[in-house]
Write a protein of this length. Structure first.
Length: 184
């Protein structure tokens, strides 16, 4: 079941087109889901992709598929460190940032919208979303776009095509491991 969710929601990350994706996965038995995540992480070892459970509720887990090398790059982009400092991130170290994000998810009632940075969204669009309370976007796809609409539309089309291709290949019997582009 985990593979199905990864194909449907995380194909651009598996294909190395995107830093990360999030997916809410329902479960009846968390131990079974945790075991599936652990097994999948072992299968993906060496690809550059890992799965992390960022938050767990009674019947659902928020699973983060991430390429930490891409996240490290994103965290070093202009303005990101200053932006994240506003939300209590003390550094741009990947592990420290992920721990802070987990903490924010667990201890705040509102969803931490800086999570867009952790998904590879452009900083200006993340700021635009926060400043506009999710309203007034130029367009919407994988995220709400406030700045470079033309580039975002091309990116959304590329992500959608990736999902179509990955779904077809997976339904044809290709494994997640075979579909995941290895880290360079």
């Amino acid at each position: 079941m985990l593979e199905k969710y990864l194909i449907e929601h995380c194909s651009p990350t598996l294909a190395s087109l995107k830093t990360a994706n999030l997916v809410n996965i329902p479960f009846d038995d968390y131990a079974h889901l945790a075991s599936s995540v652990e097994r999948t992480n072992k299968e993906l070892q060496g690809t550059g992709v890992c799965l992390l459970v960022l938050k767990k509720s009674e019947k659902c887990a928020l699973v983060y598929a991430v390429r930490k090398s891409k996240l490290a790059f994103d965290l070093q982009k202009n303005g990101v460190a200053e932006f994240l400092m506003q939300y209590g991130y003390g550094s741009t170290d990947v592990e420290a940032c992920l721990e802070r994000l987990k903490s924010r998810l667990m201890h705040t009632d509102e969803f931490p919208h800086e999570i867009g940075i952790f998904l590879g969204y452009p900083l200006d669009d993340v700021k635009g979303f926060i400043d506009n309370a999710g309203q007034n976007s130029k367009c919407t796809g994988c995220w709400k776009v406030y700045c470079n609409e033309c580039e975002a539309i091309k990116t959304f089309a590329k992500f959608n095509k990736c999902k179509e291709v990955y779904t077809k290949l997976w339904l044809g019997g290709r494994s997640i491991t075979k579909l995941t582009v290895k880290a360079i």
